[in-house]
Design a protein around this ligand. Structure first.
Ligand SMILES: Cc1cc2nc3c(=O)[nH]c(=O)nc-3n(C[C@H](O)[C@H](O)[C@H](O)COP(=O)(O)O)c2cc1C
Length: 322
């Protein structure tokens, strides 16, 4: 079938849903270009966070999540997407080109589209109910389709993961450049990006694996109790931009599948920006077989927990070139 792009109105809706993708510090480091018969996804180096993400890995992973969100939205709107990843080695910021053909949406397409609107990063304490192993398998299988694998961190290895996360937090607490960058991206001034104080709870010193700390946390946490969160590591066999993009797509697929099951999720990548700690996690949790790209905390928020306010996003018009 000949490829054609949807009409402008449909594209605007799909790109508006792609913008809801998670991104490191809600930096939204992407630009879309609509060019004739295809859409191009570009990394936006102006939105790079050098002290949080020195290798631009989280930047590319974030773009992968937006790419997956766009595919899901297009599918829900009746368009199948064909993606070419990192098509031009001379232009590494051109991360993907996307062509489309009409296709009737399946029930799963519609469920995943709905999950885009319901997914949020929930950094609060989770309830002590266990996540059923079948649910872990379901969300992992969705992620596997994108060329990444998901490792469910067994209890035995959690202290090692916790050690790396704590070492990263300790180093960051003494890193003035990092702290300045974090504050600048803490959404304090009504900007359409950054992580607002209203979405981050105060630190929980008793957590086995701590969350990243943000400036001036103002979210009321869920009631104290043991936390039944599980940890998943999204990993890839290689570590170039193509693999990082796939990891972003896989992470997005995992998050949307979990949201569809009623689970809460939050990404944690703090130690992955530090080469030695990332290597420690690779060795301890992945047995030196794969590169860790994101870590996801997954669980249930307690009943009667207040809904989270949604995080801001830039307008579609500000991120699309025609
Ligand atoms: C690559 C990547 C890395 C992230 N790292 C962290 C992290 O270390 N800690 C955290 O609390 N959230 C992290 N996030 C979640 C973002 O902060 C979150 O997606 C963003 O603020 C938008 O909010 P939302 O997910 O509620 O829409 C990360 C997201 C991505 C895509």
């Amino acid at each position: 079938m000949v490829s054609a792009l949807p009409d402008d109105e449909t594209l605007e809706v799909a790109l508006g849903m792609a913008v809801r993708a998670p991104s490191v510090h809600n930096s939204q480091p992407w630009r879309w270009r609509i060019a004739g018969d295809h859409i191009a996804l570009h990394a936006d180096p102006d939105r790079h966070l050098p002290h949080t993400d020195p290798q631009q890995r989280a930047l590319v992973v974030s773009c992968g999540a937006a790419l997956h969100h766009l595919r899901v939205a297009l599918a829900g709107l009746g368009w199948a997407a064909t993606v070419t990843r990192v098509p031009d080695p001379d232009h590494p910021d051109l991360l993907a080109t996307i062509t489309t053909t009409p296709r009737r949406p399946s029930d799963v397409d519609i469920e995943m589209t709905a999950a885009i609107l319901n997914r949020q990063s929930d950094r609060r304490r989770y309830a002590d109910w266990r996540v059923p192993p079948g649910y872990i398998r379901t969300v992992s299988t969705r992620a596997n389709r994108f060329g990444a694998a998901v490792r469910h961190v067994p209890g035995l290895l959690r202290p090692q993961l916790a050690g790396s996360v704590r070492r990263a937090a300790t180093r960051h607490a003494d890193d003035a450049d990092y702290l300045y960058e974090l504050t600048a991206w803490s959404g304090r001034h009504g900007t359409p990006d950054g992580v607002p104080a209203r979405n981050t709870p105060p630190p929980r010193p008793t957590d086995e694996i701590p969350s990243r700390l943000f400036a001036g946390p103002a979210l009321t946490d869920a009631a104290a109790g043991s936390d039944g969160a599980e940890w998943l590591v999204v990993c890839t066999a290689g570590d170039d931009r193509r693999f990082q993009l796939s990891a972003g797509e896989a992470t997005s697929a995992l998050l949307l599948a979990a949201t569809d099951l009623g689970l809460s999720t939050c990404i944690q990548t703090e130690p992955l920006g530090m080469r030695d700690l990332r290597h420690d996690i690779r060795r301890a949790v992945l047995h030196d077989c794969a590169f860790p790209q994101t870590m996801v905390r997954i669980g249930w928020v307690p009943v009667n927990t207040a809904p989270l306010p949604s995080t801001p996003r830039r307008a579609v018009g500000d991120i699309v070139d025609r």
